[in-house]
Design a protein around this ligand. Structure first.
Ligand SMILES: Nc1nc2c(ncn2[C@@H]2O[C@H](COP(=O)(O)OP(=O)(O)OP(=O)(O)O)[C@@H](O)[C@H]2O)c(=O)[nH]1
Length: 299
């Protein structure tokens, strides 16, 4: 049996299902997901170990028109993630026809000369005839090495996608030790879990204005206690997030704790403080402090 190893980038417009697919492929919840566009802000590597291959999947922020410095950082992380990968998965939301946003992403990808697999996602949400229409549309573009329809949410056809991906990987040894599942820290994962719950429980403006910072991480053999700040941009958002008698932030805390216990495999408790930093998404100092800095790219 030949053993293969390589890097696979998952790219596309916001909200097409990239993080859902990453979690599916690696088999646990590393990347947070939501129905709010632009949830993923950093590139995240998930390492999948198979009998015949090791694949490093790189999830990326959705490529979009940036409106602030954080948006610039997100797009930059997506492009940096493409460097040196063996295959690119371009995720497309099959509910809609290939639009201007997709075209913009594809133009950039074509310049790299890396094989691109078009992954038509969310096939559980539309009819077979619509799916065929979309596949024909993609085929006619002549830009893709393969076109695979899937439903990342239900796992439909993801095994088939994996088989195709492996065909594009070079023969080679494992690049990471078997026990390593990602390159991001547990602190990063903890921050992201909190952010996911905030996004879930708040609407409209709040999700994009939130950052999470770990202030303290107290860990023993038996348990973990984390103190974290949830940063928002306006006083009004702080009120929304705390909720009536602290009800909303309590829900965020409890649900994040539940995910953390599962992920870190020990009892985990969380203490959350909501703070306001005006317009942080446009200020280099805060972007740096909250973990959205280009220094990460060297990782
Ligand atoms: N019905 C259905 N929903 C899906 C599927 N894949 C993803 N979703 C949903 O689509 C939404 C967006 O999914 P994400 O995985 O967060 O999308 P993303 O591309 O990482 O989004 P950004 O962070 O904005 O770049 C979530 O509500 C998912 O549950 C699918 O195959 N079928």
């Amino acid at each position: 049996m030949t053993y293969k190893s390589g890097f696979v980038a998952i790219v596309g417009r916001p909200n097409v299902g990239k993080s859902t697919l990453l979690n599916d492929l690696i088999g646990y919840k590393l990347a947070i997901t939501s129905d709010t566009a632009q949830t993923t802000r950093n590139m995240i590597r998930g390492i999948a170990h198979y009998d015949d291959a090791q694949i490093i999947f790189v999830d990326t922020p959705g490529i979009h028109k940036p409106k602030h410095k954080l948006g610039d950082y997100m797009n930059d992380s997506a492009y940096v993630a493409l460097e040196g990968v063996d295959v690119i998965l371009m995720l497309i939301n099959g509910e809609e026809s290939f639009g201007k946003g997709d075209e913009f992403v594809l133009e950039r990808l074509k310049q790299l000369g890396t094989p691109i697999i078009a992954v038509l996602n969310k096939i559980d949400k539309f009819s077979k005839s619509k799916m065929i229409e979309r596949l024909v549309e993609l085929e006619a573009m002549g830009a893709f090495s393969e076109i695979i329809p899937i439903a990342a949410k239900t796992g439909d056809n993801v095994t088939e996608l994996l088989t195709v991906i492996k065909q594009y990987l070079p023969e080679g040894p494992a690049l990471y030790p078997e026990e390593q599942l990602t390159d991001v820290s547990r602190q990063f994962v903890a921050r992201e879990y909190v952010r996911e719950k905030v996004i879930y429980h708040t609407k409209e403006e709040v999700p994009h204005s939130v950052a999470v910072v770990i202030d303290a991480w107290e860990e023993t053999e038996e348990s973990i206690h984390i103190i974290a700040s949830v940063i928002v941009e306006r006083k009004s958002q702080k009120g929304i997030l705390i909720g009536k008698q602290g009800g909303l932030i309590k829900k965020v805390r409890q649900q994040a704790e539940r995910d953390m216990r599962r992920m870190f495999d020990k009892p985990t408790t969380l203490e959350l403080w909501v703070k306001v930093e005006k317009d942080w998404r446009n200020k280099d100092r805060y972007l740096h402090e909250f973990g959205y800095n280009t220094d990460d790219f060297e990782l």
